[in-house]
Ligand binder design. Sequence first.
Ligand code: OGA
Ligand code: ZN
Ligand code: ZN
Length: 402
Amino acid sequence: MNEIASPANDTFSADWRNFASTHRLKTANVLADSLEVKWDDGRISHYHFLWLRDNCPCRECVHPGTREQMFEVVDAPDDLVAASVSLGAMGALDVHWSDGHRSAYEPGWLRSHAYDETSRSERAERLRSVRPWESNLKIPTFDYASVMSADRGLLDWLLAARDVGLTMLTGMPATDEAIELVARRISFIRESNFGVTFEVRTKVEAVDSNAYTSLPLPAHTDLPTRELQPGLQFLHCLINDATGGESTFVDGFAIAAALRADSPEDFRLLCEHPVEFWNKSPQSDYRSFASVIGLDARGEVSEIRLANWLRAPFNLPAAEMGAFYRAYRHFCALTRDSRFIVSRRLEAGEMWCFDNRRTMHARKAFDQASGKRFLRGCYMDRDELLSRILVLQRSYPEATLA
Ligand code: OGA
Ligand code: ZN
Ligand code: ZN
């Protein structure tokens, strides 16, 4: 006889998060291949036998230390059915399986993972946290000290970085180390050929990037030349005494949405035709081949990839070249449209932190003779940000973007 673990201790151990019991189970009926569960608010959820068996949280099925699954669903008998079900301790759903195994599912967990249409669309709504913006954005701004000293302060900043994709930190010391300290407060830095952190200042003989000149940089994402573009970019200003050099930003997702609405054909071309981006220098030669607009598995825009000065010649069928130039120029023209542009000069002690796979950044030309300009930057992958948010939310489950 298998032991039924107690809900109070470790039955529901397959996740490190807690799932509040917001609803009670009223009834559970055994159907041919599933259970039909009725909730106290009238919602009906079906759970297939294999799905339930697959997600049994008992300590035989899930390792209590790692909370990772040991059971493999391929080992369930083909003819597995629920022999009986009952409501157990703390309102849990107890299932006695036809092969003798027993499982107990906590109602908060069951409700949070229900896959009836209503539950699925509620969850999709919660996951759709992206907030598109245009030129009237009030840039979410946070204080360095509160981010460094309080977890809640850190979480508020990270939620804005995730959902708005453009944030500013003020009150930072104008030191070389500050950017690394604040980035490591989130997670691991993504090192690149430009270093763990990189300096943005004019070099006497710039050979590895236009960024190291005083030229204007058009709206771009950094490292579009890499298979995975860095998710977050940090740019910390140590000195800005030069005339010019203002930072400007556009929401690449808002622009992609506008393009999709106005010119679906241009949108399609930028999604479907990969473009080569390259970063050539005497020491390295990075190349990627990917589309300007990246879609995820659900067809939603998940990434923008574009830096005009890092782009190799288009390689497309001759019949499509004309249309592709129309689409590419259309997208670039939208990045220059004042409807979308947010502009702000970065001063010493301030730092930008933005979603480099969404928010395109640009800088105006500056006058090298008028004074010094020195920024330090670094990168981080998007999933470092998302992981840190989820861990912080275990302590602040209610936290959302203000
Ligand atoms: C860069 C860049 C911005 C700036 O180095 O890629 O965008 O303001 N710099 O210098
Ligand atoms: Zn089990
Ligand atoms: Zn850049």
